[in-house]
Design a protein around this ligand. Structure first.
Ligand code: GDP
Ligand code: IMO
Ligand code: MG
Length: 435
């Protein structure tokens, strides 16, 4: 058995969906372990484009099993919609190829309401001290809060009406008090939640099961497992640019808690690096470029969110961020994506370190006020003008592109594993085998 964990090393949207889809060929099992439908993973297969939020990207390959681990937060309506959407397009989604952990927490409508209410600038709800994160509004944070405070409802609870009712009613006492007195929102009725439970259970019961057990069984049988990370290192709840982060552990270690895999079974960690940097939502972004280059990157790379459609902020490649991600996740090789987007954009730069109050900084500071004072120190690269979308090996790439990749490898101290030169499966330079 071997395993590969695919993790984002920036602020998400590095192209994890494409790479997971590609590597699924050699895997038996594909496992999501954290996040929820805040993720938007886009896959292009021939003339078809799929945008997946919850179901692991490996689902498109017949004969492979997809697991939604206990660390994922599941919006049942979104899951049903995704299953129906895939089925309508001829993709098989059945209980024998999709298992949703009974321990995964359920995103309830009141989580979404709370998420949106907190993002509204309102004096009543915290005044100037309130931080607007620019969340995806999917209820992710409030659902993880309930998990941590032991008020959450889990997918398995959908199958236990009495337990669901009792716990949901208890949770609503607190939520409705907040809605009433702080946010001026209508209260949520328990009866409505009970009706939803019934609807969700009737559709999803066959998929709810022991994802962890299926994973252990696969490991015992020597099968290959692919862990599909969501978001990116800099959005990690502990190690990201707090408070401008998501609410889960996005680094490779998150797979241990979020899927139940022991650390000893995490063999290879592929760190996804977009050839430049993007960020959606608020928060510090040291190499951001607001000028014409940012605009050209956004247009050339179609940098608009898969989940919310928001324009992504764009900037230069930041080796400090990637180096930090490599240290956090034990990245064994890098997958550089969207290199083709840099074609014809003129000279390029990579931030090799930061300067902070006169000192040199090689890793992302953990405090955002420090990060805000960091000035990137750049290395210059010539860029390239050639079409690289047909490249199959590094020698097919122009010298300008190769120097840029060599620079990244050297600055991060991690070897390249693959280079993606277009959105399709085949538009990839593979530098090794993963399974
Ligand atoms: P994820 O969240 O990490 O899975 O990334 P997203 O799917 O949100 O965003 C990546 C976008 O870039 C998607 O639209 C992909 O189809 C596209 N993409 C992935 N790799 C490449 C590549 O090498 N070149 C180009 N031009 N597009 C790519
Ligand atoms: P994928 O898997 C990019 C960002 C949001 C916001 C912050 C918190 O496609 O890479 P949340 O809704 O999670 O509470 O929002 O995190 N964010 C992402 N940014 N890609 C993602 O996922 C993201 N998921 C969350 O924009 O800044
Ligand atoms: Mg995305």
């Amino acid at each position: 058995m071997t395993s590969v964990a695919v993790v984002g090393s920036q602020w998400g949207d590095e192209g994890k969906g494409k790479v997971v889809d590609l590597l699924t060929e050699g895997a038996d099992l594909v496992v999501r372990f954290q996040g929820g439908n805040n993720a938007g993973h886009t896959l292009v297969v021939g003339s078809e484009t799929y945008a997946l939020h919850l179901v692991p990207s490996g689902i498109l390959h017949p004969g492979k099993k997809a697991l939604v681990g206990n660390g994922v937060v599941v919006d049942p309506d979104v899951l049903i919609e995704e299953i129906d959407g895939l089925t309508a397009r001829g993709v098989k989604v059945a209980p024998d190829n999709l298992i949703v952990s009974a321990s995964a927490h359920v995103i309830m409508p009141y989580h979404r309401a709370l998420d949106s209410a907190r993002e509204r600038p309102s004096v009543a709800a915290g005044g100037e001290g309130r931080v607007i994160i620019g969340t995806t509004g999917r209820g992710i944070g409030p659902c993880y809060e309930d998990k941590a405070s032991r008020q959450g409802l889990r997918m398995g609870d959908l199958l236990l009406p009495e337990r669901f009712s009792a716990r949901c009613r208890a949770a609503l006492l607190e939520k409705n008090a907040l809605f009433r007195s702080l946010y001026g929102l209508p209260e949520t009725s328990p009866e409505e939640m009970e009706a939803l439970r019934e609807k969700w259970a009737s559709r999803l019961a066959p998929f709810i099961g022991d994802a962890r057990g299926a994973l252990w069984e696969a490991i015992k049988e020597g099968r290959n497992v692919l862990f599909e990370g969501a978001q990116g290192s800099q959005l990690d709840i502990d190690h990201g640019t707090y408070p401008y982060v998501t609410s889960s552990t996005t680094v490779s270690g998150g797979a241990c808690g979020g899927a139940g895999v022991p650390p000893s079974e995490l063999k290879n960690v592929l760190g996804l690096v977009k050839a430049y940097t993007t960020r959606v939502g608020e928060g510090p972004f040291p190499t951001e470029t607001d000028g014409p280059l940012g605009e050209r990157l956004r247009e050339a790379g179609r940098e608009y969110g898969t989940t919310t459609g928001r324009p992504r902020r764009c900037g230069y490649l930041d080796a400090v961020a990637v180096r930090t991600a490599a240290a956090l996740s034990g990245i064994t090789s890098l997958a550089v994506t969207k290199l083709d987007v840099l074609r014809g954009l003129g000279p390029l730069k990579i931030a090799e370190r930061y300067r902070l109050d006169g000192s040199e900084v090689r890793y992302m500071p953990m405090d955002i006020s420090d990060l805000a004072r960091c000035e990137p120190v750049y290395r210059d690269y010539g860029g390239f003008d050639e079409d690289i979308s047909k490249a199959k090996s590094l020698s097919d790439l122009p010298a300008g592109a190769r120097k840029y990749l060599d620079g990244l490898e050297e600055l991060c101290g991690v070897p390249l594993g693959l280079v993606s030169v277009g959105p399709e499966r085949g538009e990839t330079v593979l530098l090794g085998t993963f399974f």
